[in-house]
Design a protein around this ligand. Structure first.
Ligand code: AMP
Ligand code: GLY
Length: 424
């Protein structure tokens, strides 16, 4: 089977790694890929999706897997399907669940799915009025895609109002902020749940926990995610059942009713408050860094999972995972998430002991290659992944690998999975 992965991050690299283990795979392409995906396959630098679909036809690509939300929101799946290609991902209509927070919140209300109390508006006065009724902190969200930066947790009513004004005027997020959601703050712990869907059937993947804040102890600014682990002990069978009945089923039924049945991977961002699941957001793609730990746990061939999901055949899939844990620690560049950093060469020490190579690997994200050397050129540069029989073992392996990877200005959190370890 020939497969193309759309995207350029650690998420797409990890999908590539999972596919590489698969004996079904002949050729692997990344569009556009990064400086390290060339070690797994061939990078394709075609930006236009119509032309990329023509390339897929010409190369006999049997399956395309879409990583990032922008491509989905821009309708890459619809374009590929119109040309008779098999592609894994949400349609443009279904991608509104992520592309518009206003659509998402109204959808949750229409189907009585638990979510934070909110108002959505383009009118500053209406937003201000609602802000006055809320206790602190207050959450303000831009409607459109903002690369994970469109959520402000305001610590005063004035800060919330300023955030609304800056969004509505286009000052903070351009057109993505021309509509806003203001909502109550939920105090609990977060979980990322991933559901593979084919429009009819679904399969739930091991639940993961991300660490969004830059610094240890969950302080500092929000980032795209600084590390994750799975499966998390913070969800048990009772909670799974609640999520399935109150969130997953009504969401998939609702999308069918709205003539946009959900295909691809639905990422449900949950806040668990007093053992009750409340939806923070949906994403219509894998999380990054969550994908980087779910892929190594996948025992079934990755190509089969994605192909069956993309061809409405999930009911014939018996999906299996290793009975293990995986942890990914993100190594970011010096000025992340505030600014870009100077490119820095990445050096990985040679393993001094065979043991170091077992159950650890690097998933490369913001990297470029030149003259056979790899350089850190993005914000989140790479992820050190460890797999083990316990969370602690997986964590120790991931951090051992962190000690072997060097580039100027590298920064990473030292406490990934602390909530789970506290829980043990
Ligand atoms: P979102 O893009 O909606 O997931 O928001 C990004 C992050 O902001 C989430 O992962 C949470 O950490 C935080 N957040 C969003 N909405 C709320 C809320 N209503 N209460 C508390 N934290 C929130
Ligand atoms: N890890 C969170 C995200 O991908 O949005």
């Amino acid at each position: 089977m020939n497969v193309m992965v759309i995207g350029s991050g650690g998420r797409e690299y990890s999908i590539g790694l999972a596919l590489k283990k698969d004996t079904n795979i002949e050729k692997l392409f990344f569009a556009p890929g990064n400086g390290a995906t060339t070690q797994l396959g061939e990078n394709v630098l075609i930006k236009d999706y119509e032309k990329l679909a023509d390339f897929a036809t010409l190369q006999g690509i049997d399956l395309t897997i879409v990583g990032p939300e922008n491509a989905l929101v821009d309708g890459v799946v619809d374009i590929f399907k119109a040309k008779g290609l098999v592609i894994f991902g949400a349609s443009k209509a279904a991608a509104r669940l992520e592309g518009s927070k206003i659509f998402m919140k109204n959808f949750l209300s229409r189907y009585n799915i638990p979510t934070a109390k909110f108002i959505e508006t383009t009118d500053a006065h209406k937003a201000f009025h609602f802000i006055e009724t809320l206790t602190l902190p207050i959450v303000v969200k831009a409607d459109g895609l903002c690369a994970g930066k469109g959520v402000i947790i305001a610590q005063s009513h004035q800060e919330a109002k300023d955030a609304v004004s800056d969004m509505l005027s286009g000052k903070s997020f351009g057109d993505a902020g021309r509509g806003v959601v203001v909502e109550e703050f939920l105090d609990g712990y977060e979980l990322s749940l991933f559901v593979i869907c084919d429009g009819e059937n679904y399969k739930i993947l091991p639940a993961a926990q991300d660490h969004k804040r830059l610094l240890d102890g969950d302080i500092g600014p929000n980032t795209g995610g600084m590390g994750a682990y799975a499966p998390t002990p913070l969800i048990d069978d009772v909670l799974y059942k609640k999520v399935e009945e109150r969130v997953i089923k009504p969401t998939l039924e609702g999308m069918k009713k709205e003539n946009s049945p959900f295909e691809g991977v639905l990422f449900i961002g949950l806040m668990i408050v007093k053992n009750e699941p409340i939806v923070l957001e949906y994403n219509v793609r894998f999380g990054d860094p969550e994908c980087e730990i779910i892929m190594p746990l996948l025992k079934s061939p990755a190509s089969e999972l994605f192909y069956k999901a993309a061809t409405k055949d999930l009911k014939n899939l018996n999906i299996e995972f290793y009975d293990k844990y995986a942890i990914a620690v993100v190594m970011a560049s010096e000025n992340y998430p505030y600014d870009t950093s100077k490119p820095a060469e990445i050096i990985v020490d040679k393993a001094v002991h065979e043991r170091q190579l077992e159950d650890t690997h690097i998933s490369y994200a913001g990297v470029s290659s030149e003259d056979g050397k790899l350089y850190a050129t993005g914000g989140r540069v790479l992820l050190c992944v460890g797999v083990g029989n316990s969370i602690k073992e997986a964590r120790d392996k991931a951090y051992m690998l962190c000690g072997q990877v060097h580039f100027a200005g590298k920064q990473f959190r030292k406490d990934i999975a602390y909530q789970a370890l506290k829980h043990d």
